[in-house]
Write a protein that binds this ligand. Sequence first.
Ligand code: ZN
Length: 159
Amino acid sequence: MEHLFAVDRSLGSLAKWLRVLGFDTVYDPNISTSQFDELLEDHRVLITRTIKIQKAFESHNRVFITSNFLLEQLKQVVDHLGIKLADIQPFSRCIRCNLPIEEIRKKDVLGLVPDYIWETHDLFNRCHQCRRVYWSGTHTERSLKTISQIFNSEKANSP
Ligand SMILES: [Zn+2]
């Protein structure tokens, strides 16, 4: 199932992580509540931990975050919406721009990444907006561990 999100400005790390998981997530720390309303449109799930915003968008599909810890926040979103490990496309989106990253030929990133990275990797992706180049090592083992932790509770509940 495809989920699109709008994350309020108090939850920057969570927004970044929803992008890491591959979800289209709008987040802008510099906007007002009324501008947020425009960003939200109709189809985005609102994610907030601010009671004022929670109340302002009562008719909207939303997840109210109660934890201060990133991992717990991610679990709250995943559990609330029934997101499964198979639903995510980790590392497919630019965490800065929220745009899908695109595969780029190895020869075209020569000089754009450190030499040792170019020599030891074959698959590269690039965000065509900010031009940031991503490669498999961009995502540390720690990220993969976090992903498995997010979905651990789901595994524990399945037969
Ligand atoms: Zn980008």
